[in-house]
Ligand binder design. Structure first.
Ligand code: PBG
Length: 332
C-alpha cells in the first residue's frame, strides 16, 4: 500500500486541540525569556520611550517593585542597559568601569533584593563614549580594537564584582572573550558566565534602542560596520562563534532575531553551545505599531514569534515583550 493519500491525511493530526497538543514539537515557557531593561540614574523616575511605544526607562527604585511582581510570576532573568548622563560620557569611556556607576549599583541592589533572578550586564562602551561607538575611537573615528578590549575587561570585572551572574559583551571587538575570561579567572569569578554576542550584525533594526539609551545623537550618521557583521554573511558567523567558544564563551547570542533564524539553525547544527536570540527593538516596535493600528493580533503574533525562536534552535530569547508574554502565559 502506498504511503500517500488517503492512507496519509496530514490533517488528521490537526483535527482537534488535544492531538495538536500531543504532537507539538517545540515548547515554550517563561523560563525561556530574558527581559532587557533600561535604567535611569536618580530616583523616582519613569520615562516613556518614544521609539518603543509602551516601554519605559526607570530609575532603579522604580524598577525594583516591577521586577518583583514579574519574578513572582516566573521572570527568570533580565539584561540591564544604562542610560548615561551626557556629562558622564567621555572619549576614554572610564565611567564604564566605575565601581559606583549606574550599572554596578543597580546590579548590587537587584541581586540583594532578588538573589534568584538572573542578572545579565551589557559589556560595551556605547553608553559611555562621546562617539556613541561601542569602543574607543582614533582621530579618524576608527574604533580601536585592543585599546577597547582593555576597557571592556575592566568593565566586565566591575560587573562581576557587583554580582552580575552573566556578563554579555555586545561590542564585537576581536579577542575580548579571552581577555574577559582571563581577568575573571584571575579574580576567582569561576562561575561568572560569559554570554558572547558572537554574531551581531550591523542591523537597521537597532534604531529604537539607540533612541532609548540616548546614543543616537552621539552616533549621528556613523555606522558600526567596521566591527558588527555584514548581514549578507553566514559562514563568517560560524567562524566568529567557533573563536568565541575557544576563547571561553559559555553561551552565544545571534542578533537580531527573527530575520536571522537561518543563522541560529546553522549554528545549532554545528556547535553544542547554548544559543540565545535577541528579538531587538526594531522588531518590537514593528509589531507594536501594527498592533496599535489593529493590523495584526499582538498576542498571537508575539507568541508565534516565540515558538519560531524555539523551533529554529534557540535556548532562550531576549525580548522587550517579556512582561506581556508572562501575563499572556498566565492567562492560559
Ligand atoms: C550596543 C547595543 C545595541 C543593542 C544592544 N546593545 C545597539 C547597537 O549595536 O547599536 C541593540 C538592542 C536592540 O535594538 O534592541 N552595544
Amino acid at each position: 500500500m502506498s504511503k500517500s493519500y488517503p492512507n496519509i491525511r496530514m490533517r488528521r493530526n490537526r483535527s482537534s486541540e488535544f492531538i495538536r497538543n500531543l504532537i507539538r514539537e517545540t515548547s515554550f515557557s517563561t523560563n525561556d525569556l530574558i527581559y532587557p531593561v533600561f535604567i535611569l540614574p536618580g530616583k523616582n523616575k519613569e520615562e516613556s520611550i518614544e521609539s518603543m511605544p509602551g516601554k519605559k526607562r526607570y530609575s532603579v527604585d522604580k524598577l525594583i517593585p516591577l521586577l518583583g511582581s514579574l519574578h513572582k510570576k516566573g521572570l527568570n532573568a533580565i539584561a540591564i542597559f544604562p542610560v548615561v548622563e551626557k556629562e558622564k560620557k567621555s572619549h576614554d569611556a572610564k565611567e564604564a568601569f566605575n565601581t559606583k556607576g549606574l550599572v554596578q549599583t543597580a546590579v548590587k541592589i537587584i541581586k540583594k533584593e532578588y538573589p534568584d533572578l538572573g542578572v545579565i550586564t551589557d559589556v560595551a562602551l556605547d553608553p559611555f563614549t562621546i562617539s556613541g561607538h561601542d569602543g574607543l575611537v582614533d582621530k579618524n573615528g576608527y574604533v580601536l580594537n585592543d585599546k577597547t578590549v582593555g576597557v571592556l575587561t575592566k568593565q566586565a570585572l566591575s560587573h562581576a564584582e557587583a554580582g552580575a551572574d552573566i556578563v554579555a559583551p555586545s561590542d564585537m571587538m576581536d579577542g575580548r572573550i579571552l581577555e574577559i575570561r582571563t581577568i575573571l579567572e584571575k579574580n576567582k569569578f569561576y562561575n561568572t558566565k560569559i554570554l558572547s554576542y558572537a554574531a551581531k550584525y550591523a542591523s537597521n533594526l537597532y534604531g529604537p534602542f539607540r533612541n532609548a539609551v540616548d546614543s543616537s545623537d552621539n552616533l549621528k550618521n556613523s555606522s558600526k560596520e567596521t566591527y558588527q557583521m555584514d548581514f549578507a554573511n553566514v559562514a563568517e558567523a560560524s567562524l566568529e562563534i567557533s573563536l568565541d567558544i575557544n576563547e571561553g564563551a559559555d553561551m552565544v547570542i545571534i542578533k537580531p532575531g527573527l530575520p536571522y533564524l537561518d543563522i541560529v539553525t546553522k549554528i545549532k547544527n554545528k556547535f553544542s553551545i547554548p544559543i540565545f536570540s535577541y528579538h531587538v527593538s526594531g522588531e518590537y516596535s514593528m509589531i507594536k505599531s501594527a498592533a496599535q493600528k489593529n493590523y495584526i493580533d499582538e498576542k498571537a503574533t508575539v507568541l508565534e514569534a516565540m515558538y519560531c525562536f524555539k523551533r529554529a534552535g534557540c535556548n532562550a530569547v531576549l525580548t522587550y515583550y517579556t512582561p506581556e508574554i508572562i501575563k499572556w502565559l498566565g492567562e492560559k
